[in-house]
Every structure is written in C-alpha cells, then in structure tokens.
Ligand binder design. Structure first.
Ligand code: C2E
Ligand code: CA
Ligand code: CA
Ligand code: CA
Length: 279
C-alpha cells in the first residue's frame, strides 16, 4: 500500500469504439445464431407476366433473434460477409432452399425453380462448385430447379474469373441470373460471354418507372438488351399495377414484388402456390 502513492500509475486502456464493439458482438451473436439454428428462409414468388402463374421463388434469409425478433438481411449480411460467416451461412441457405424445393416436388406441387443469392465471398470460393454439387446430391434436387443469383457488381469485379466459374456452374445444369442489373457497370462484351439465363432489373429503376423518364428508359433498354442476347428478363420490386402495365407493354418476361406477393415463410408460400394453381 505504501508503494502506491506518487510512483504508482494507472494503465491507460483505449476504449474500443462503439462501432468496433458493435461489430464484435454482432459477430459473436451471428456465430451463435448459426449454431442455434436461428436463421429462416422466406420465399417470394416470381411470376410469369402473361400467365400470372408462379414460375419460381427467391429464397431470402431472415434471422429470428430470440430477443430482437425478426432481423432483415441488410442488418447482418454485411457483417457475415466481412467475417467470413457468410460461407457456412450461405451453405445452410442453399441446403435449406434445395431441400424445401425438393420436398414441395415430392408432395406433388408443380415443379418450380428456387433462386438463391450468392455473396461475393461465396462466389470467390475455390470449392464453390463442389459445395453446390454436394448440396444438390444430398438433397436430391435436379440442378435444373436451382437458380443462382449474383449481382452485376460481383460479376464484373473479376470478369474473367466470373466467366470460368459461371461456365462450371452452367455445365452442372444450374440456371444463372445477374441480380440488381443496371446498378453496376457491365461491359457488354462480358455480358455476352457470361453463360447466364436471366437479367434481373433492379428495383431502383422499377420504383419510378411511370414517372421518371430515365428509369423508364433504363428499364426498357434492359428488356431490349435481354431480348437481343436471348436472355430472360425479370423485374424486381414491382409494387403497383402501373408498374406492371409498363413492364407488360415492354414485354418483360417475369415480375417479382409486393404487388404479387411478399417474401413469406415456407408454409405461407405453400398456400400461395395452392391459391395460384386454382386461379
Ligand atoms: P436482393 O437479392 O436484391 O433481394 C430483393 C430484396 O427486395 C429483398 O429484400 C426483398 O424482400 C425485397 N423486395 C421484394 N419485393 C419488393 C417490393 O415490391 N418492394 C420493395 N421495396 N422491396 C421488395 P431482403 O429480403 O431484405 O434482402 C435484401 C438483400 O439481402 C437481398 O437483395 C440480397 O442481396 C441479400 N440477401 C437476402 N438473402 C440472402 C441470402 O440468403 N444470401 C445472401 N448472400 N444474400 C442475401
Ligand atoms: Ca436476389
Ligand atoms: Ca435484386
Ligand atoms: Ca439488391
């Protein structure tokens, strides 16, 4: 006690800044969430614009947090991506989506394609093809009923690598789409070389399609581009009848959006399919 006094000093401990702390605790709870199976898939219908029939669905991940309730991907995917947790999480998403789709087929529902989003990290994985092949083998889903969505930005980041990876996936019989199309900077010569099936017009263009001339011009240009490259075109974020009319007039192939159906849990999606079959 005597030693203290004037010669004693206190260690200075830097306070972790709030953001870093938040990140770290988010990382820990994400890790726990994976172990405790707190993730869920919601499904949103993709609809043929002419027949109004559901032709497929997009699987969208949600986090059912024990205290905070349902958390949307925008609030945890970026951290999952930074920490690499997106890799095991993405595999869980793929496995669950394929198993669910197979279960619906086994139950006698008309076969539909399930679309799964790939993050940048996942797309860069050396063993992506093996992982996907493993999941397809394990779940017994025919590859033709799986669609992978990668964003335009990811596709263009390393376009040569993208050509090679997409070719391998394509050879497996999987369908491929470019997501958020129009928000990145595509080189048209690469677009031609990507073995893709579909372009997905980003919802930011659909939002003001009836009032903003630029958005309308971009959306219709993407549709024409798709037609000339013999690619299907789907518009996301369709919320109103007016948007639907515009897209119909310009001969877009498919739509996805709140107008037809929000993303819902598997059980509710099943009800949506049944309703759609009857009508
Ligand atoms: P995205 O792939 O562009 O998915 C479309 C988003 O638009 C979804 O948001 C969907 O709920 C929302 N949406 C659908 N229809 C409408 C509409 O009519 N109006 C509006 N305003 N929004 C609509 P969500 O589910 O919050 O997902 C956000 C993003 O998180 C996705 O954007 C995707 O980039 C990412 N994400 C979601 N699930 C996964 C996943 O399993 N893996 C990975 N890597 N990313 C995912
Ligand atoms: Ca998507
Ligand atoms: Ca999108
Ligand atoms: Ca998006």
């Amino acid at each position: 006690a005597k030693e203290q006094g004037r010669n004693s000093y206190q260690l200075y401990t830097p306070v972790m800044n709030d953001r870093a702390f938040e990140r770290l605790s988010m990382e820990n709870s994400l890790r726990r969430a994976l172990e405790r199976n707190e993730f869920e898939l919601y499904y949103q219908p993709k609809v043929n614009i002419k027949s109004q029939k559901i032709v497929g669905m997009e699987a969208l991940v949600r986090w059912r947090h024990p205290e905070k309730g349902l958390i949307l991907p925008g609030d945890f995917i970026p951290v999952a991506e930074d920490t690499g947790l997106i890799v095991p999480m993405g595999e869980w998403v793929l496995k669950t989506a394929c198993a669910q789709n197979k279960a619906w087929q086994n139950a006698g529902f008309p076969p539909m394609r399930v679309a799964v989003n790939l993050s940048a990290r996942q797309f860069q994985l050396q063993n992506l093809q093996e992982m996907v092949a493993g999941v397809l083998g394990e779940t017994g889903l025919d590859p033709c009923w799986l669609e992978l969505e990668i964003t335009e930005t990811i596709a263009m980041q390393n376009a040569e690598f993208t050509v090679k990876t997409l070719k391998e996936l394509k050879e497996m019989g999987i369908q491929l789409s470019i997501d958020d199309f129009g928000t990145g900077y595509s080189s048209l010569s690469y677009l031609k070389r990507f073995p893709i099936n579909k372009l997905k017009i980003d919802k930011s263009f659909v939002r003001e399609i009836n009032t903003d001339h630029d958005n309308a011009a971009i959306a219709s240009a993407v549709i024409v581009l798709g037609q000339s490259l013999k690619l299907g075109v789907i518009a996301e974020g369709v919320e109103t009848e007016e948007q639907l009319e515009f897209l119909k007039e310009h001969q877009c192939d498919e739509i996805q959006g709140y107008l037809f159906g929000r993303p819902v849990p598997a059980m509710e999606f099943e009800a949506m399919i049944l309703q759609n079959i009857i009508n």
